[in-house]
Design a protein around this ligand. Structure first.
Ligand SMILES: CC(C)(COP(=O)(O)OP(=O)(O)OC[C@H]1O[C@@H](n2cnc3c(N)ncnc32)[C@H](O)[C@@H]1OP(=O)(O)O)[C@@H](O)C(=O)NCCC(=O)NCCS
Length: 219
């Protein structure tokens, strides 16, 4: 199923419709137009489209995902029960019924693995979807993948002025460990270097479990 580039969230006019559910899925080439729309709305110096093509097709160290807002499935949207049973039996789709419903891409992120370090290269939520837990869901997915790949540390850079992103990262245990002078070319702003220092510990795993448990269902 390819992504639509319609990015408007449910508004008052369609408030009677069921709320969407958020699913994090691997980014595909079909997602790139929607990702580029969010990229341009989120960053002063957007990555070019070819950068995403490269990450998805040529960089084995890359792990890129999108957040999809799925309509909650209605009876008509669901595949016939027989088909779903067969699909499950042969592992064709996950059980999650949201897989089968139309969706819009509302956020994305990318991470690179270098030996035992996971580096979060980019993350963004569409402006119309912010403060609804999308960024947290994406970040949790990246951190779980970093755990799965036995990362010992997770790093990222963030603009000193980007308070919203810093708050998100601090909530998930990132600490400031350094500063890169004039890191951003557009305005020569400094970057904070942030890491989760004790990522590979039972304490952090418990902290992440708890944060994930507390995350309310998307509104
Ligand atoms: C940073 C960003 C990805 C957060 O996405 P989001 O979907 O709004 O995040 P969530 O709704 O999951 O918020 C998670 C936490 O982030 C923090 N946060 C997010 N936006 C915030 C804001 N405007 N002010 C203060 N804290 C904020 C809060 O701690 C929030 O937790 P809370 O809701 O319990 O207070 C989003 O603001 C964005 O896309 N920004 C532009 C791109 C960008 O700067 N990316 C980071 C590059 S380093």
């Amino acid at each position: 199923m390819s992504a639509q580039v319609i990015l408007n969230p449910p508004r008052a006019s369609n408030a009677s419709k069921p709320a969407p559910s958020i699913l994090i899925a691997p980014m595909s080439l079909d997602d790139i137009p929607a990702v580029m729309a969010i990229e341009r709305a989120s960053f002063p110096r957007p990555w070019p489209e070819r950068a995403y093509r490269y990450e998805l097709t040529e960089n084995p160290q890359a792990y890129f995902v999108v957040a999809r807002a799925h309509e909650r499935p209605t009876a008509q949207m669901m595949p016939r029960p027989g088909w779903q049973r067969l699909a499950q039996r042969f592992g064709l789709q996950r059980r999650d019924s949201a897989q089968f419903t139309p969706y819009v891409v509302v956020g994305f992120a990318g991470m690179w693995m270098h030996v035992d370090e996971a580096h979060i290269a980019t993350i963004a939520t569409h402006p119309d979807w912010r403060r609804r837990g999308v960024g947290q869901r994406i970040l949790i997915n990246l951190l779980r993948e970093a755990q799965r790949r036995h990362a010992r540390v997770v790093t990222l850079e963030v603009r000193v002025s980007n308070f919203a992103a810093q708050q998100l990262y601090r909530k998930y245990g990132f600490e400031e460990v350094g500063r890169r002078k004039a890191y951003y070319q557009d305005n020569r702003e400094d970057a904070l270097l942030m890491t989760i220092v004790h990522f590979d510990t039972p304490e952090y795993r418990a902290q992440l479990d708890e944060l994930e448990r507390r995350l309310r269902p998307a509104e």
